[in-house]
Design a protein. Sequence first.
Length: 492
Amino acid sequence: MSTSLHLLAEAPAQLLPARELMAFTLASHIILVPLGVAFPFITLVMHYRGLRRGDATALLLARRWSAVMAVQFALGIVTGTVLSFEFGLLWPGLMGRWGDVFGIGFGVEAWAFFLEAVLIAVYLYGWRRLKPRTHFLLGLPLPFTALLGAFGILAANSWMNTPQGFSLDSEGKPVDVNVWKAIFTPMFGPQYWHFVVAMIITAGFMVAGVYATGWLRGRRDHYHRLGFAVPFTIAAVATPVQFVLGDSIARSVFHKQPVKFAALEIVWKTDTRVPEYLFGRLNEDGSVSGGIKIPLLDSVLAGFSPNTRVVGLTSVPADQRPTATQATIAHWAFDLMVLIGSVLVVLALWYGFVWLRHRRLPASPWFYRSAACAGVASVVAVECGWIATEVGRQPWIVYQNMRVAEAVTPTRSGTLWIMLGVVMVVYVLLFGTFVRILLTMRTRWRLADEQHAAGGGGGGAALEPEADTPYGPRAPQDASAGGTTGTGKDRP
C-alpha cells in the first residue's frame, strides 16, 4: 500500500467530508473577500475624484458602486457567519484546545465586521442627504475597518502556520498566553501584506473587467472610460508591488516552514543545487513526472545561490509531512498563482507604457480582452494562494502542534456529507440571487442612463449618463423622456 493510501486509511472517516465542507465554504466566501476588503477603497477614490474635479459621472459611479458594496456585504455576512460556525462545529479539537491562544483574531474580525456594516449603511444612506464633504469624510473609515477585519483573520491563520505566544503544561495544554506574540507571529507581516495587496489587485481587476467588457461592446463614453481607468490603475500600480511581496512571503516560508516549502516546490530530498519544476507531479518514490525542469533555479530563488541548501520532504517522517498527492496539489496551486501574477504584471506594464507615452488608455481590443479576463484570473490566483497555504501545511492544523485528524469533529461522516450537499445547494441559490440582483441593478441603471440621454436632446448630455450631481435636488426633466419633474427623487 502506498504511503498516501496508508495514511488515508488511518484517518477518521469524518475527516474527508469535514475538509470538503470547509474547503467549499471557504472557496465560496473568498470570492467576495476582495470586494469586501478593497472595494470600499476603490469607491472612495472615485468619490474623491468626483468631488475634487466636480465630475458628476465619477460621483455617479461611486454611488452605484456603494450599492453593489452593500449587496456584496450582505452576502458576505452570510458566508462569513457559516465559516465562523464551522470552526467550532467541524474542528472542536482546535477551538477547544487552542481557542484561548489565537481566538483574539476572530474577536477583532467580528468587531471590524460590525463597524463596517454600520459605516456602509451610513455611507449608502448619506447620498443626497448629507453635505458632500461630510458624506465623504464619513466614508473614509470604511477601508480601515476592512483592513482591520483582514488583520483579525490573517492573525489567526498566521498563528496556525507559525504558532507562538504560549507554553505547554504537563498535560500538553497551552498556558501563559502572550496575546501580542500570538498575534504578531513570524508569518503575520508577510502573509498580511501579501493578502491585502492581493485583495486590492483582485477587486481592481474585477471592477475594471466589467467596463472593459462594455468597451468591447462599443460603450466608450466617459462613464465607461472612467469606470475602467480608476480601478484598473489602482490594480496596475499594486501588481508589481505584489510581485515583490510574493517573493518575500515565499522566502519566509522557506525559513519558517521548510517542509511546507518543500511541498510547494516538490523537493523530495534535502540537497543543494536543487532544480525548479514548473508544474509536474510528485510520485510516491520521490520522482517527478512531467513539468518543466530548470536546473539549479530552486536553490537560487531560495537563497540567491545554487549552493543554497533546500530542505526536502523526507527530512521528517511520512506522518509529519504532506503526502505526494497533497504536495502536488500545493505545487500546482502555487505555480498557477505565480503564473497568473506574472501575466498580470505584463498587463499592468502594457497599460503603464501606453499611458506614460501617449497619456491615454490603450486602444487595442486585445488589451481589453485581457483586462476583461483579469478579474476572473485574479480570483483564481487568490483561490490558489489559499490552497497552497492550507494544503502545504498538512497534516498540521496547528503547525507541528496538532494534526488535522486530532481536531476534527466526532460527528458521523454521513451527516457531514449531507451537510455538504445542503450547503452547496444553499450557496448556489445565494450566489445565483446575488448575480440576479446585480444584473437587475445594471439593467435599471442602463435604462435610466438611456432615458437621461434621450432627454438631453442629443447634445453633450447624450455622452454623459448623468449631467447633475448626486447631491441636492434633481434638475427638472422632460416628462416625455420618462423622467421626473424635479422633485429630488432618486433615479436608480
